[in-house]
Design a protein around this ligand. Structure first.
Ligand SMILES: *Cc1c(COP(=O)(O)O)cnc(C)c1O
Length: 417
């Protein structure tokens, strides 16, 4: 092949990157080399993140926002720097970023605070989600409905796993008060046109929330161009520690919301007669926050954005295609979702085989995948299964990893049949 005029694809050295993740060097089950393909559940952490957390405890740990001494000031500066880093990562302002425990708490915060503000005015109004939501984007809204008399409506998923946008246009109407949708499905890997959905919500005067738990890892996110009122994600799927997550809310919307929890930090003045609340965002961060988590998340975003992201996207797209191709060569294979790009996530079942048995056999061969309902029981029901096997990639996934997966799958099929 001639190089002249060829488009040079950026190359991404995933093998080199892998060396930055200490855990990926370990073995399992005696001495089997680990291949970790459960990244949609949680990602592993690079040395840069582990070191940042250690350094925080060795050098700067103190409670934040309480002042009075050097360490307190340093810890506060690190915590607030983390807020700024998160804000610029998604195109927001620092006062629009609330630190939470994760995606789940972020959605609960919005659902609880907003529904308590709206109260009975929501009676007969609709809250719209999709059939492919994670339980974290279903249950908090059911709780809000129970409290207010609002009604939950569900946008259907086509047989190929894509969202029925006609149905979305039908359901998002004058009665709609809130629309909450997943950006990239953690089960199917399918990406939804959330920009259009948020525009539909806005056109009927409804608020919108985008669950970005998966998209934050594989897409450049700009909350302004998405047009959402809220955007949520967890640190732990983005190479950061567990127990830290993000709620982005548009400044004027956050200003209008009542507190979610009461306690220290979120107040300006407290007497037994009356308490005045602090400004956004600390109004929503009652108590001592997860400082090490914020520091770790900032380190993860710094580490991640220093990668060649264009080359990474090409690498991940190649691996996604390859993963689907490999899976489809296996006899009796059924891959859920569209037969195109899957954002590095593929859910599948094999005829005559229980997903859990398959998972166990793969595990014995060193391959970690997930089996189960992936916290999307309604979606499982939609496709007439109770569980699937799910393989999901990350920046450190290599073609060698997929070779091991393919070989292990073939071996498992032989053993189980
Ligand atoms: C992981 C995930 C969640 C829940 O995230 P937590 O970190 O468990 O709070 C919600 N939605 C999607 C799409 C996810 O992938």
């Amino acid at each position: 092949m001639s190089d002249v005029g060829a488009i040079v694809k950026p190359t991404f050295d995933a093998m080199k990157l892998k060396a930055e993740f200490p855990i990926l060097a370990r073995t399992v089950h005696g001495n089997v080399p680990l291949v970790y393909l459960d990244n949609a559940a949680t990602s592993q952490k690079p040395r840069a993140v582990i070191d940042a957390i250690t350094k925080y405890y060795e050098c700067s740990n103190a409670n934040v926002h309480r002042g009075g001494h050097a360490l307190g000031a340093e810890a506060t500066a690190l915590y607030e720097d983390a807020r700024s880093i998160v804000a610029s990562f998604i195109g927001a302002q620092p006062n629009e970023i609330i630190f939470t425990r994760g995606t789940t708490e972020s959605i609960n915060l919005v659902a609880a605070s907003w529904s308590s503000m709206m109260g009975e005015t929501l009676k007969g109004c609709t809250i719209v989600v999709t059939e492919m939501e994670h339980h974290a984007n279903i249950v908090p809204w059911q709780m809000a409905c129970e409290k207010t008399g609002a009604v939950l409506k569900v946008i259907r998923v086509h047989d190929d796993g894509t969202l029925d946008m006609e149905h979305a246009r039908e359901l998002i109407n004058d009665t709609t008060a809130f629309v909450s949708v997943v950006h990239v499905s953690n089960t199917l890997g399918v990406e939804n046109d959330v920009r259009t959905i948020c525009a539909l919500a806005r056109s009927v005067g409804a608020l919108s929330l985008v669950d970005g738990a998966q998209s934050i890892v594989h897409h450049a996110i700009n909350v302004t161009s998405l047009g959402c009122d809220f955007f949520v994600f967890s640190g732990h799927k983005l190479y950061a520690p567990t127990g830290i997550g993000v709620l982005f809310g548009r400044a004027n919307v956050l200003e209008s919301l009542p507190p979610y929890q009461g306690g220290g930090s979120m107040i300006l003045d407290v007497t037994f007669e009356r308490t005045t609340y602090n400004d956004v965002p600390v109004r929503f961060e009652a108590g001592t926050p997860n400082m090490e988590g914020a520091v770790g998340l900032a380190a993860a975003i710094r580490w991640f954005t220093a990668l060649d992201l264009e080359a990474l996207r090409v690498h991940e797209a190649e691996l996604s295609e390859r993963l689907l191709r490999d899976l489809n060569t296996i006899d009796g294979m059924r891959v859920f979702g569209p037969q195109t790009l899957h954002a590095g996530i593929a859910s599948f079942v094999i005829d005559g085989m229980h997903a859990h048995d398959l998972g166990t056999l793969l595990d014995e061969q060193g391959v970690a995948i997930r089996t189960g309902h992936h916290c999307t029981m309604p979606l499982m029901k939609r496709f007439g299964v109770t569980s699937t096997a799910r393989a999901s990639i990350a920046a450190y996934t290599t073609h060698d990893d997929l070779d091991v997966l393919s070989a292990a799958l073939l071996r498992s099929v032989r053993l189980l049949r």
